[in-house]
Design a protein around this ligand. Structure first.
Ligand code: CA
Length: 443
């Protein structure tokens, strides 16, 4: 078994002493030269193209094709990263090492600097054409908290510790950070209501998740063994799985979430590569005594030793009133990403285990990641106990769920002693009022 399959190596690109000649990059909170995330951007007046974030700038990769490894050239001439994700991990690694050298070695400055753009002048797009999006449920504290609200007598169903629970989501409504979300209309029925009603959701929530970008993937009918699952993970993003809790409660049985989850999903547009996260790998937390050992197709020793990530995840809220007053966003929660009952390699291996083909640019959500305590809960449903225990914001405003004009901001930071911390960039979106349906139920 190739143990490097699950553990991208630490190399010179991660060296803490490595700095970039790009002004402001070396102390940048998200994008120092040790990160080098990939994305799709448009410069002012230009068309979408691949880029790398470096400090407050974006490097236009298509302009540098002559300086980059020849096997990535065709992929860099595209308007999405799907072709780049399709390449073997070795090609992505060669690109990273070359970019690191170009951006850190002063001798390349003259040739590379003309391809730098100020990030604040550019538009960021979805990094890939997302063929399919699936969402999992690996945050065991979230699953327990939500299960307690929906089924007080039976929070975790008997399958939870045996099978990574997931469902097929909706790729068409995934949007990058900054695109507002319109409050959805839909059908709901309060427990004490005699009849269901149709109208704007009254319980809009966010879900703090990690997104996983699929690399080469597998042919239909050919599973991905867990020992090679890491070869098919191109990178990560933040993912806000916007949720209408009133629709969800009414519709979710027997087939699972549908309209409660498909009106929009917000992601951070930069792909933080699996290679960039190599220094922040950690052992998957041991399962509590008495929990079942995963079945062999989900078990890989190397994955258990290095399949979790040292990431700090945070959610903040900025209301319309706070924005008008110039107040900063208020932090609602903060917790580690290690509260996942299954590793990302396990969800990839499970997804493909029946022969379902995963394709380059497919997106998987981990499911909401909550810590065991309220300070680390990854949704308002948990923080406010279904709306019964509201949050009071510093300006006195009260929130049970997300209100029109509120902006939800997710952030992630990988940190470890002896290494330069890296971040994921912005994942934020504002909630806009619902479209108005008239009395006849027509817009
Ligand atoms: Ca979710």
């Amino acid at each position: 078994m190739d143990s490097t399959a699950t553990s991208p190596a630490i190399d010179e690109t991660h060296a803490p002493g490595r700095t970039s000649w790009v002004a402001g990059a070396s102390n940048h909170g998200d994008f120092p030269v040790q990160n080098l995330p990939l994305g799709i951007f448009s410069p002012p007046g230009g068309t979408p193209r691949p880029g790398t974030a470096i400090g407050d700038h974006i490097l236009d990769l298509a302009m540098l094709a002559d300086l980059l490894p020849p096997d990535v050239g065709p992929a860099l001439a595209q308007t999405t990263l799907n072709s780049l994700f399709a390449l073997p991990r070795a090609a992505r690694l060669a690109l990273r090492r070359r970019l690191s050298s170009l951006l850190s070695d002063d001798r390349h400055r003259g040739a590379v600097e003309p391809a730098l753009r100020r990030a604040d002048a550019c538009e960021l797009h979805l990094p890939a054409a997302i063929g399919d999006y699936s969402d999992f449920y690996v945050g065991i504290h979230h699953a327990t908290n939500v299960g307690t609200l929906f089924r007080p007598d039976n929070p975790l169903l008997p399958n939870y510790k045996h099978v990574p629970i997931g469902y097929h989501g909706r790729a068409s409504s995934v949007r990058p950070s900054g695109v507002p979300v319109v409050r959805p209309n839909g059908q709901r029925k309060a427990p004490d209501a005699a009849e269901p009603a149709f109208g704007p959701s009254q319980r809009i929530d966010y879900e703090l998740e990690l997104g996983v970008w699929i690399g080469p993937g597998n042919a239909l009918g050919t599973p991905i063994p867990i020992a090679s699952a890491a070869d098919h993970i191109a990178g990560f993003c933040l993912l806000n799985d916007w949720s209408a809790r009133d629709f969800q409660a009414w519709e979710y049985q027997p087939l699972g979430p549908f309209l409660a989850k498909n009106f929009q999903t917000t992601i951070s547009p930069w792909v933080v590569t699996a290679e960039a996260l190599a220094p922040f790998r950690r052992a998957q937390p041991a399962r509590p005594a008495g929990d079942p050992r995963p079945l062999p197709y989900l078990w890989d020793e190397a994955d258990q030793q290095a399949g979790a990530l040292d990431l700090e995840l945070e959610v903040s809220l900025l209301t319309g009133k706070m924005r008008a007053a110039g107040a900063p966003p208020h932090r609602l929660s903060c917790g580690p990403a290690s509260n996942m009952y299954w590793t990302v390699a396990q969800i990839v291996a499970h997804h493909a285990s029946g022969g379902c083909n995963l394709s380059p640019g497919d997106l998987l959500g981990t499911g909401t990641i909550s810590a065991p305590d309220r300070e680390g809960f990854g949704s308002l449903l948990e923080i406010t106990r279904g709306g019964s225990d509201p949050v009071t914001l510093p300006n006195g405003e009260i929130r049970r769920f997300v209100e029109d004009g509120d902006e939800v901001l997710l952030s992630a930071r990988a940190r470890r002693d002896g290494h330069v911390a890296i971040g994921f960039g912005a994942c934020r979106a504002m909630l806009l009022p619902a479209l108005h349906f008239g009395a006849a139920g027509q817009i």
